[in-house]
Design a binder for this molecule. Structure first.
Ligand code: SAM
Length: 248
């Protein structure tokens, strides 16, 4: 068995693994925000773009230029295969800057990508980088998993995702504010022979108050905060995700 970096193996199967419904909902959500806040549709950056599904949504909505940014070589390779009308760049949350990221109208960052930052100081640095890339009046929209998600998931039994070429066993561990998603991934090599890989995805759950203070400390104004609830395996419902819509 080989332990590999997160998304190294999963990238190739990410789209079927992540499902379609959520992305459709985000398309409606983004469209409504663009209209509501009269966001100009010149340049959009999709931060932690993964395989580029939301980047494509931004093109569909009508942004003239969309730049997808991620630090995973494998996720970007999948994005580049699918979408030729979008520019993709390999950058980390902590280091993206430069002239290609100036004067941006909208920055998006979806699917708990910012939870991968395990320190408040890193979250703040990322907020600062986004702030610097936006034009005055530009909008940043992102989501984060919450401490409620950690509570809900802590009682979950391991679950399985499978398709023809793949078995993924998902096992959750929660320690304080940290969620460890242990993925055992069996990939079909030939016939009935499989290779086993392990990916550990670690996320930190941030309190809403902490996030709001960090956003304000770098200069953002809060436009909206939207909460999503989810029913977990223990039958209880928790606030699992928060969307932050903020403006420079
Ligand atoms: C759950 S996926 C979400 C991908 C995409 N936003 C979506 O909605 O499908 C999380 C993404 O965050 C990226 N990521 C994690 N840490 C990162 C970092 N420090 N810098 C840039 N991207 C990062 C991962 O490579 C991965 O593509």
């Amino acid at each position: 068995m080989s332990q590999v970096a997160s998304y190294r193996i999963l990238a190739k199967y990410y789209d079927s693994f992540a499902g379609k419904k959520r992305y459709k909902e985000w398309e409606v959500f983004l469209n409504s925000l663009v209209k509501k806040y009269k966001i100009e549709k010149k340049i959009a950056v999709d931060l932690a773009c993964g395989t580029g599904i939301n980047s494509k949504t931004l093109r569909n909505i009508g942004f003239e230029k969309v730049l997808g940014v991620d630090n995973s070589r494998e996720m970007l390779a999948e994005a580049k295969k699918k979408y030729k009308d979008i520019s993709f760049a390999r950058k980390d949350f902590l280091s993206f800057s430069g002239k290609e990221f100036a004067n941006v109208d909208l920055v998006t960052c979806f699917y708990d990508s910012l939870n991968y930052l395990l320190k408040e100081s890193e979250l703040k640095k990322t907020f600062k980088n986004v702030y610097n890339s936006l034009k005055i009046g530009g909008v940043f929209v992102f989501d984060l998993n919450t401490p409620g998600h950690a509570k809900g998931i802590s009682n979950n039994k391991p679950s399985i995702f499978t398709n023809e070429d793949l078995f993924v066993i998902m096992d959750n561990k929660v320690k304080g504010r940290f969620w460890f998603l242990n993925l055992s991934i069996l990939v079909r090599k030939k016939g009935n022979t499989f290779s086993l890989f392990k990916e550990i995805h670690t996320e930190k759950m941030y309190e809403e108050g902490v996030v709001v203070n960090l956003l304000k400390s770098v200069g953002f104004k809060i436009l909206e905060i939207k909460k999503e609830n989810k029913k977990y395996q223990d039958g209880k419902t928790y606030n699992n995700r928060i969307y932050y819509i903020v403006k420079k």
